[in-house]
Design a protein around this ligand. Structure first.
Ligand code: PRE
Length: 118
């Protein structure tokens, strides 16, 4: 079966229950999910980049949706169709070939964000 992409490991709300995980352990390295200082520092560093990537993704998502809406209104104002399913298939295939089944789900959400639900 296709994996969800979530890494295997302890529950996100727990630190694994080891000896370092007693009361007060979380406040040693707030929010990183580990009490080992080197690991916590690296996690904090990686999270800076993750946050940058998330901001860029959100901005691109919004820009794409606006552009898609503009294509739709331009086409309809000229007497064309609301949708072009061959183009949607091309986009779905692009995401499928790069990212697999999850890519298709992502592309479906991207398309819906622009042209609305089918
Ligand atoms: O490329 C187009 O013709 C669009 O209208 C944009 C878009 C998209 O969001 O990519 C949206 C609706 C169409 O059915 C196909 C693609």
């Amino acid at each position: 079966m296709e994996q969800s992409g979530a890494p295997a490991g302890p529950d996100v709300t727990s630190n694994g229950g080891g000896p370092a995980g007693g009361p007060g352990a979380e406040s040693t390295n707030p929010g990183t999910g580990t009490t080992e200082p080197g690991a916590a520092a690296r996690i904090a560093e990686i999270r800076v980049r993750i946050d940058e990537i998330d901001r860029a993704l959100i901005e691109l998502w919004q820009e794409r949706a606006e552009l898609s809406r503009e294509v739709g209104t331009t086409r309809m104002a000229s007497g064309g169709t609301r949708l072009v399913l061959s183009r949607e298939q091309e986009i779905l295939e692009r995401f499928r070939s790069a990212l697999g089944a999850d890519g298709v789900q992502l592309a479906l959400l991207l398309l819906r964000a622009g042209r609305g639900p089918l």
